[in-house]
Design a protein around this ligand. Structure first.
Ligand SMILES: *[C@@H]1O[C@H](CO)[C@@H](O)[C@H](O)[C@H]1NC(C)=O
Ligand SMILES: *[C@@H]1O[C@H](CO)[C@@H](O)[C@H](O)[C@H]1NC(C)=O
Ligand SMILES: *[C@@H]1O[C@H](CO)[C@@H](O)[C@H](O)[C@H]1NC(C)=O
Ligand SMILES: *[C@@H]1O[C@H](CO)[C@@H](O)[C@H](O)[C@H]1NC(C)=O
Ligand SMILES: *[C@@H]1O[C@H](CO)[C@@H](O)[C@H](O)[C@H]1NC(C)=O
Ligand SMILES: *[C@@H]1O[C@H](CO)[C@@H](O)[C@H](O)[C@H]1NC(C)=O
Ligand SMILES: *[C@@H]1O[C@H](CO)[C@@H](O)[C@H](O)[C@H]1NC(C)=O
Ligand SMILES: *[C@@H]1O[C@H](CO)[C@@H](O)[C@H](O)[C@H]1NC(C)=O
Ligand SMILES: *[C@@H]1O[C@H](CO)[C@@H](O)[C@H](O)[C@H]1NC(C)=O
Ligand SMILES: *[C@@H]1O[C@H](CO)[C@@H](O)[C@H](O)[C@H]1NC(C)=O
Ligand SMILES: *[C@@H]1O[C@H](CO)[C@@H](O)[C@H](O)[C@H]1NC(C)=O
Length: 629
């Protein structure tokens, strides 16, 4: 299938499949819902018939796996008017998801919602709620996404929000909130919007990582703390906005209805992780993981055994069908093994869906490899969340990383306003990536190979260390052609069949990444004319002629007293890219060496005399014996 045809993400549908269900009906929950709907005027009718079962027939209601409790109520745009009747919804004590967005609900935030201790996702945006926000948010320990935007809440922002350790998104925009913003020191918070309120005072330092757009329409003063150079997040934010140019946004135009099942070649991507729940409107799609890392395969009642989604443990996404239908998708990039899309759901959940081309192995082997890859839990390895295999489609689902890849950070527009990637960050990228690769190499009986190490497959994790993605694919994909592509600059000289790459070739590729971090240059780059230069060769030539300082990225020259660290990293890089595979260090050694760069710095660093000026060549780089070609 041509890549053009892939541009529209809507061509990726996984089949939603019918699910047969348990027969228990949660009597008390049903009663609570009936009380709720009877006492609450609404303009659209609901099919909540007391003679039918709640769990599989009621619009917008989903139950737990065993059908014993209602865990999700999603009633957007039903035309509710007035106050939520007290002591109705609050009786659904197992409720995890509540969406009443886009109604005309007024009154204050229902105080009895404090009974909903398991509430994780709360969508009340676009209503007419007024009065104060709940003062004690800490009763909902599991809250993950809160959207109260576009109401008329008029209190201050309660500091107890900072007790919500799982909160990833908070939208309070377009209310009448006043007072100062509390110091919400919440490392997990990824999305925030406080725009268009009446907030005053100083923007807390902990929130300065968010773009200023999320605070517009308030009267806030931003005290500029003396800027330490990095400013990484804002830099990257700008970049990621620019990168929107790359891809067109396409609506996931999925036709709702059972006929979807029949569409050949279309798979309907239904991602419902971890939580045992169904999508609404009686639409099928209850997917759940099994215990441990061995995920449940297949969807009960599937009409097409070829279409099954497999999820891994530890995934916190909740996508309902409706959310997914509205998801927009854009192309993030076309990589070595396929195209990656960013899919954004309405609740701001964002995932990366990677569509593989030319998988060369059968289903069994594919699944085995996915299970090896999906079982890896390491802070320096990007977790695979789910995969999908059918004859025509092979998909992988990852978390989205808004910071973009190391490649984008290094080689993104080097214009005037570019904020350079500072040395400390580069060092952390190297350390993290090395640890990640070492972890990968210890998997599958010490035989797993990453097979595609390059800067565009390295990201920053929450601690700003390098983190690897896209591993373990080379062995299951068709072999790549001769090294002509840009990616080829990473390929070790001994690799002729990419399926057979071994761990030493990962070490080589990692060495190229180190050189990239040091030089700021792409692994393959053009110089002036048509000549294409391989980074490894170029570094050798420059270093051989003793112009060592010229090897290093000009952007690194602004940081004082790092020359020795640079030279040390250069030595490690050169050791990794020696021509003979068995002369390269093993990954655990590389980890030690890279970690030692900074320890040497703080420890018994040689006297200042040896801290050579940048312009003087370092004494000994020790690589003469390893010059390739
Ligand atoms: C439910 O069933 C009972 C008896 O079977 C019937 O009287 C009642 O009208 C039904 N209710 C609805 C809403 O269909
Ligand atoms: C669901 O509703 C349909 C009609 O709307 C009915 O035929 C079916 O029996 C109901 N299923 C259950 C399990 O109540
Ligand atoms: C909350 O959820 C957990 C499982 O996630 C469950 O064991 C517990 O019973 C739930 N609490 C209530 C009040 O239903
Ligand atoms: C919200 O309330 C205002 C007045 O209080 C009213 O004019 C407006 O129509 C209400 N909006 C909705 C969606 O009900
Ligand atoms: C929160 O979630 C965890 C697991 O996800 C669950 O065990 C717990 O019961 C939930 N509820 C509360 C109130 O913590
Ligand atoms: C919020 O609005 C209510 C009326 O809806 C009013 O009584 C109350 O004083 C307001 N509070 C603040 C802090 O403005
Ligand atoms: C967080 O919760 C603890 C107890 O759970 C409470 O003592 C503390 O005051 C809360 N913090 C805030 C900021 O509300
Ligand atoms: C706030 O309201 C304005 C104008 O109604 C709208 O353009 C904006 O998108 C809203 N913001 C959010 C976060 O909903
Ligand atoms: C914002 O707050 C100030 C003082 O607290 C008040 O005078 C003003 O009317 C408020 N503006 C809005 C739009 O609520
Ligand atoms: C926050 O809301 C404002 C408008 O209310 C909008 O312009 C801005 O893009 C939003 N920011 C984010 C990050 O969603
Ligand atoms: C909250 O709702 C607004 C309006 O529908 C939407 O623009 C925004 O993406 C939502 N934010 C989150 C965090 O769910």
């Amino acid at each position: 299938m041509g890549m053009e045809a892939l541009d529209i993400f809507s061509s990726i549908f996984l089949l939603g499949l019918l699910f047969s269900l348990g027969n228990a009906d949660p009597v008390d929950d049903k009663r609570a819902l009936l009380d709720f709907v009877k006492a609450f005027p609404h303009s659209r009718s609901l099919n909540w018939n007391e003679n039918s079962t709640v769990c599989n027939n009621w619009t917008g209601v989903s139950c737990s796996d065993d059908g014993s409790r209602v865990i999700a109520v999603r009633l957007p745009g039903v035309g509710f008017e007035g106050r939520i009747p007290p002591n109705t919804l609050s009786r659904l004590s197992a409720l995890q998801i509540l969406s009443l967005r886009s109604n005309g609900i007024s009154g204050s935030f229902p105080s009895d919602f404090s009974n909903l201790r398991n509430l994780s996702f709360l969508y009340l945006q676009f209503n007419n709620f007024s009065g104060p926000l709940p003062s004690d948010f800490s009763v909902w320990k599991n809250l993950t996404i809160v959207n109260l935007s576009n109401n008329a809440f008029n209190s201050s922002i309660p500091p107890s929000i900072s007790n919500l350790t799982r909160l990833t998104a908070l939208n309070l925009a377009n209310n009448s909130l006043s007072g100062e913003i509390p110091d919400l020191n919440m490392p997990n918070l990824q999305q925030l919007n406080l725009s268009n309120n009446n907030l005053t005072g100083i923007l807390p330092k902990s929130l300065q990582r968010f773009p200023s757009l999320v605070f517009v329409g308030n009267d806030l003063s931003i005290v500029n703390s003396p800027p330490p150079v990095p400013l990484l997040s804002s830099q990257v934010y700008i970049k990621s906005r620019n990168s929107g140019k790359l891809g067109e946004t396409a609506l996931l135009g999925i036709i709702v209805g059972g006929c979807v099942l029949g569409l050949v070649g279309f798979a309907f991507l239904l991602i419902v992780c971890c939580s045992k729940r169904k999508s609404e409107d009686g639409f099928p799609g209850k997917l759940q993981k099994g215990g441990g890392i061995s995920p449940e395969k297949g969807i009960p009642g599937s009409q097409d055994a070829n279409n099954r989604l497999v999820f891994f443990e530890g995934c916190n996404y909740v996508f309902d069908l409706e959310d997914l239908l509205r998801a927009s998708a854009e192309i993030l990039g076309k990589g070595t093994f396929g195209t990656a899309y960013k899919a954004i759901l309405e609740d701001a959940t964002t995932v990366v869906v990677k569509r593989l081309k030319e998988v060369s192995v059968g289903k069994r082997e594919f699944e085995q490899q996915m299970e090896v890859v999906g079982s890896i839990r390491h802070e320096n390895v990007v977790e695979l969340r789910a995969y999908f295999y059918s004859k025509d489609e092979k998909l992988m689902v990852y978390d989205y990383n808004s910071l973009g890849s190391v490649s984008a950070m290094l080689h993104g527009e080097r214009g005037e306003d570019r904020i350079p990637l500072d040395w400390d960050t580069r060092l952390r990228i190297a350390i993290g990536a090395a640890r990640g690769i070492a972890c990968i190499h210890s998997e599958n009986g010490g035989k797993l190979v990453h097979g595609n190490i390059k800067s565009s497959n390295i990201f920053l994790n929450a601690r700003q260390y390098g983190c690897l993605s896209d591993l373990g694919l080379s062995t299951i994909m068709s072999p790549l052609g001769p090294p002509i592509s840009r990616a080829a600059g990473y390929r070790a000289p001994e690799v002729t069949d990419t399926r057979k790459a071994l761990q030493p070739s990962d070490v080589y590729s990692f060495g190229v990444v180190l050189l990239e971090l040091l030089t700021g240059k792409s692994p393959v780059h053009a110089t002036g004319g048509d000549e294409v230069i391989h980074l490894v060769r170029w570094v050798h030539s420059v270093v051989r002629e003793e112009w060592t300082a010229e090897v290093f990225d000009i952007e690194l020259m602004r940081y004082p007293n790092i020359e020795e660290e640079l030279v040390e990293m250069l030595q490690i890089a050169m050791a990794c890219v020696v021509r003979l595979p068995d002369q390269r260090p093993k990954m655990p050694e590389v980890v030690k060496m890279v970690e030692n760069i900074r320890q040497i710095d703080t420890g018994n660093r040689p006297s200042s005399e040896t801290k050579s000026e940048v312009s003087t060549p370092p004494r000994h780089i020790g690589m003469e014996s390893s010059i390739p070609q």
